[in-house]
Design a protein around this ligand. Sequence first.
Ligand SMILES: Cc1cc2nc3c(=O)[nH]c(=O)nc-3n(C[C@H](O)[C@H](O)[C@H](O)COP(=O)(O)OP(=O)(O)OC[C@H]3O[C@@H](n4cnc5c(N)ncnc54)[C@H](O)[C@@H]3O)c2cc1C
Length: 127
Amino acid sequence: MTMVTAGNRVVDFLKGKASQDLPATSYFPGIHEARIDELLPEWIVSRMRRGLTLFGKQMRGYNTENCDLIGFETRTSSPVRIPRDPQTLQHPDVQGLYPCAEGAGYAGGIVSAALDGIRCADALAAG
Ligand SMILES: Cc1cc2nc3c(=O)[nH]c(=O)nc-3n(C[C@H](O)[C@H](O)[C@H](O)COP(=O)(O)OP(=O)(O)OC[C@H]3O[C@@H](n4cnc5c(N)ncnc54)[C@H](O)[C@@H]3O)c2cc1C
């Protein structure tokens, strides 16, 4: 299967049109011109347009021809969650098992995984 990642110049995204070409990118898999406003729901597009326009006013040069939107990064965290008791943090049926962090469904990134790890280690030490 070929993976294609969408690219749209910010100035074109704000106008709601496809980019004729795209600037060089360091994004390794490469990008293909696409209308990102047609790939996302309207409630996200309208907020992105508002935000990008605001940034463009606050930071000179932010919304230029050379600024690309590249997408999408999607959720890769575990879609399932191993049950655990909210007090002991142990599995309700398997004593001594502490479902923890991303794979168990309790974190979605480095910091949340680390914090959940600390929480589980504290629960283990206290138990
Ligand atoms: C390409 C990529 C980019 C990412 N970028 C970001 C980012 O920019 N910012 C961000 O916040 N998060 C990012 N993440 C997510 C982040 O890396 C994870 O959310 C985090 O590392 C999860 O931590 P964890 O301790 O739950 O799991 P892991 O870090 O996966 O740790 C699980 C550990 O369990 C071990 N293990 C597995 N099976 C067994 C077994 N049977 N016996 C013993 N040990 C076992 C593994 O070897 C591993 O050491 C990224 C993830 C990927 C894949």
